[in-house]
Design a binder for this molecule. Structure first.
Ligand code: NAD
Length: 319
């Protein structure tokens, strides 16, 4: 079917990317700069890194919860990409207040100061965590929203604030529910990004920790595809406002471990541990809506992209 993504007649000149020095944000910034769009990044560098950014972008180091900083960076901006967040499901249980503080109040602060600016479009990085446990697969955008973690709740609250405030101010909102994203520049922590975690364990010849049976399925999408979908959302002129961003293909954690062990030629053991609270059950995205409306087609399979991601992590570790 022909995508209904008509070309945006008013090409944005200036973009603000919150969390732009982070993993997904920096790939979005790269594409904006390539398209000749002046790009301002607001990031507190709590996780993100200056070195992730292309020289042509402008970095403002600051907190999305700071009214003065937010006011100043919104000046002259046409389109906002809001990616700054605390992104760990597990940390969100321990850091309930900090999670809501950044993800909910940071979003609210941004929306509060958007009034009386020239912002025409607001793109919000949401998450498959807003769905919680799946009632059916693949998960479409009409699936019940019943998050199982404080992180999922905070991302869902963000969605509601974005939709409500944008309608109020006459700004076009787009909500993108990203599924499990992997790729170069993913921050290495023990809590976020199973692929990056496994690669580092394998590089150190350590056993792979698997929470639960390992039969849980995830929709792993390469960060280049996520960035592409995000830019398509900027160009989108239709009326739909919420899209899944995944591949539509699921891989269980046991299979992922074997693929990675083979790719890296390692023979470590799988260490089965008890399930972690808040991790949703199986998840695979139904991406028909993004395909039809945004003209989005994921380009990369896990097997095609893993070697590049492994190589990037090896280079990073030896630097
Ligand atoms: P990331 O941690 O690499 O990026 C988040 C960025 O926000 C970091 O650069 C961090 O320094 C910055 N930040 C955090 N708190 C801030 C604050 N108070 N003020 C200013 N900057 C702040 O994570 P990511 O994986 O790139 O995630 C980007 C977005 O995508 C997030 O909104 C996340 O919820 C969403 N998302 C990610 C995934 C995934 O698999 N990575 C899946 C679903 C949704």
């Amino acid at each position: 079917m022909k995508p209904t993504n008509p070309t945006n007649p008013s090409k944005p000149k200036t973009a603000l990317v919150t969390g732009g020095a982070g993993f997904i944000g920096s790939h979005v910034v790269e594409r904006l700069v390539q398209r000749g769009i002046k790009t301002v990044v607001l990031d507190d560098l709590s996780v993100g890194k200056k070195e992730n950014l292309p020289e042509a972008s402008e970095l403002v180091i600051g907190d999305i919860c700071d009214p003065l900083v937010v006011k100043s960076v919104l000046d002259g901006v046409d389109v906002v990409f809001h990616l700054a967040a605390r992104v760990s499901i597990r940390d969100s249980f321990r850091g309930l207040v900090e999670d809501a503080g950044t993800n909910v109040m940071g979003t609210v602060n941004l929306l509060k100061h958007i009034e009386e600016t020239g912002v025409k479009k607001f793109i919000y990085a949401s998450s498959m965590a807003t769905y919680g446990d799946s009632n059916y697969l693949p998960i479409d955008e009409k699936h019940p929203l019943d998050p199982t973690s404080p992180y999922g709740i905070s991302k869902l609250a963000g969605e509601k604030y974005v939709l409500c405030s944008c309608r109020h101010h006459g700004i076009e909102p787009v909500i993108l529910r990203y599924f499990n994203t992997y790729g170069p520049r993913q921050t290495q922590t023990p809590y976020v990004g199973v692929i990056t975690i496994f690669i580092h364990k394998l590089l150190n010849e350590e056993d792979l920790p698997i929470f639960g049976t390992g039969s849980q399925v995830r929709d792993f999408i390469n960060v280049e595809d996520v960035a592409e979908a995000t830019l398509l959302a900027m160009d989108y002129q239709g009326a739909t406002n919420t899209f899944n961003v995944g591949t539509g293909t699921g891989t269980d954690i046991n299979t992922l471990s074997e693929i990675l062990k083979d790719a890296m030629n390692k023979s470590v053991r799988l260490n089965y541990l008890s399930e972690q609270p808040g991790e949703p059950s199986d998840s695979i995205a139904d991406i028909s809506l993004a395909k039809r409306e945004l003209g989005f087609t994921p380009r990369w399979s896990l097997r095609e992209k893993l070697p590049e991601v492994v190589e990037w992590n090896i280079r990073k570790q030896t630097q």
